[in-house]
Unconditional design. Structure first.
Lengths: 100, 497
């Protein structure tokens, strides 16, 4: 098994993804992700000069509608699903302070 | 009884919708303990819906084409006020404030929703073993997986717990479990069916589609859900063609291509032959018995008047690698919404960022975390061009090659899954081995083209084999027609365990 991804790199990616892992889990993930990237060597080796990327299978165009007031989701029904609410809004812990 | 049989019996007054619903609910309560197809059985609502159908019929009002037909929904389709879990701790207990368009459409034509089915968490997996609520088992052999990620829906139809079911297909998640459970499963053209209310996995690949015990049943379900929806800006704004009336048209004169690259010859084979290192000529891991059934199916179509030839789509071998970069990349972005703020699980902390980490670490299972990690890596600075950027170009190459091959043939034929149903636990410790289940189904997701899996005989182990018919964009009418021709000639009856 190749070491395309180290434990430190896996830890960095975990921070970007807002996930926490133990060192053992990071080692296992690094090995598993390395195996998938090894398989992807065929794509990595592809000569793509002159080939445009396709991010979507259909040609996408902007869709607009008339700017008219329409009913939307019931606010109470939406807020009833939130872990914490206050004064008709989502309530969260302080966003300022030390990052994890 | 088929779904269309149920609909006819209810419409003619031979059966009441209530008695049909009671029969199916009883089968579920007797049999699902050993299968685990359902996350939630909606007995009360199903009976109420059935009563509404019977009342409408009693008043002489017209009812829809699926009136009284029991349908199961994959539990990543939103149902207003009814728990929708995606088989994840993250959404346990969540009650969506709206229903998916497909759910509204099915109920509008009289379908009776009997329950929500198990899946691999957030539709990520090929065996339904990645569910936070335990695995689903294959009704043909309960030591085997039903496939995935829509394993609960496939098993529900195979076991007779529902006459029809809906699944979602991002890399084969309808067609592969359909093949392993011996039922029909179909992925429509991207945009043909509204994704509004389908919990997003990979937005450029996801598509909702039907399961049925027969091609005609799946076709009727497809007709009920297809069509433009202003609530999904990617849905195609042109009316869908009917498909049910084409099923008896036969295949006389049709040109059928068997895709060489999707019939094996890949790395494992190259390795065994001592030629590892040279470019793979085909996808890896296709079993001999599955390949034999595909050859039988090709022969049956030829016998029925089709012109069958072998065709080549070299970039199809790149599908697996491209998919497992593109789908996780999109997933890592889509699943960023699970942050403990607006719905679902929250694991509290002193500040919001720590709360996000606590919530996501506790709420997601191992495979979902793995895909988020893979996708975040593929999109991160320094690797974007080498992996994600190239995968998007491999996708272009594939679109070009499929377009070229559809100049010469009308439809394509290949295996749906490389093997029959495997044992529970056989592939859970090796993610890449599990991913290889999708080698034959992935190309249609990357191109956005429609494809259908139809049971065609069994493997050496006696378990069902599915063959796959693929067509160009918006060729639903054609692929249903070819699938129906295959069904008429399929050896044995692989549809009921």
């Amino acid at each position: 098994m190749s070491g395309r991804i180290s434990r430190d790199e896996a830890a960095h990616v975990a921070r970007l993804a807002r996930l926490r892992f133990s060192d053992d889990e990071l080692d296992e993930l690094a090995a598993q992700l390395s195996a998938v990237l090894d398989h992807a060597a065929d794509v990595e080796a592809l000569d793509v000069s002159g080939i445009e990327p396709t991010s979507h299978p259909q040609p996408l165009t902007d869709v607009t509608r008339a700017d008219e007031v329409r009913p939307s989701l019931e606010r109470d029904e939406v807020l009833a699903q939130a872990p914490s609410v206050a004064e008709g809004q989502f309530r969260v812990p302080p966003i300022l302070g030390e990052a994890p | 009884m088929t779904a269309l049989g149920v609909a006819a019996a209810v419409a003619s007054g031979e059966r009441t919708a209530r008695s049909v619903a009671e029969d199916y609910l009883e089968r579920i309560s007797e049999g699902d303990g050993g299968i685990g197809a359902f996350n939630l059985v909606l007995a009360e609502q199903a009976l109420a819906d059935a009563d509404r159908v019977d009342a409408a019929l009693g008043r002489g009002e017209p009812v829809g084409p699926l009136a009284g037909v029991p349908v199961a929904l994959k539990d990543n389709l939103c149902t207003r006020g009814i728990p929708t879990t995606c088989s994840s701790r993250m959404l346990e207990g969540w009650r969506p404030p709206y229903s998916a368009t497909v759910v509204d459409r099915l109920r509008a034509v009289g379908a009776v929703i009997v329950g929500k089915t198990n899946l691999d968490e957030f539709a990520m997996g090929s065996s339904t073993e990645n569910s936070a609520f335990g695995p689903t088992r294959n009704p043909h052999d309960t030591s085997r997986v039903p496939g995935g990620s829509s394993g609960g829906s496939a098993a529900a139809v195979a076991a007779g717990f529902a006459a029809l079911a809906l699944g979602s297909d991002t890399g084969g998640s309808i067609r592969q479990p359909a093949a392993l459970c011996g039922v029909v499963g179909m992925k429509p053209t991207y945009g043909r069916v509204s994704r509004y209310g389908l919990v997003a996995f990979a937005s450029s690949l996801d598509q909702i589609g039907p399961f049925g015990a027969t091609v005609a049943d799946a076709a009727a379900c497809y007709e009920a859900i297809a069509g433009h929806d202003p609530l999904d800006s990617t849905s195609i704004d042109q009316p869908p063609e009917p498909v049910g009336d084409a099923l008896t048209d036969g295949v006389e004169g049709l040109r059928v291509g068997v895709v060489a690259e999707l019939c094996g010859g890949g790395r494992q084979e190259a390795h065994r032959n001592g030629t590892n290192g040279s470019p793979a000529s085909g996808v890896e891991g296709v079993a001999g018995d599955v390949l034999s059934r595909v050859q039988d199916a090709a022969g049956a179509l030829e016998q029925a008047g089709a012109e069958v030839r072998t065709v080549s789509v070299p970039s199809a071998v790149l599908g697996l690698s491209a998919y497992y970069l593109i789908a996780p990349a999109e997933a890592s972005s889509n699943l960023a919404r699970y942050d403990g703020v607006r719905y679902g699980l929250r694991v509290d902390a002193a500040n919001a960022a720590e709360m996000n980490v606590n919530t996501r670490t506790a709420g997601f299972g191992a495979e979902v975390k793995r895909r988020i990690m893979l996708g975040t890596y593929a999109l991160s600075a320094g690797y974007y061009d080498a992996f994600y950027g190239k995968a998007l170009r491999a996708r272009t190459l594939m679109l070009q090659e499929f377009a070229a091959v559809y100049e010469d043939v009308d439809v394509l034929l290949c295996p749906t899954a490389p093997t029959t149903a495997f044992e529970l636990g056989a592939k859970t410790s090796d993610p890449l081995l599990m991913y290889l289940n999708d080698v034959c189904t992935i190309p249609s997701n990357l191109t956005g083209h429609p494809a259908i899996s139809v049971p065609f005989g069994s493997g050496d182990d006696g378990l069902p084999v599915g063959v796959q018919v693929m067509g160009p964009a918006l060729s639903e009418r054609l692929i249903f027609r070819v699938a129906a021709a295959l069904e008429r000639t399929a050896p044995g009856d692989g549809s009921t365990p």
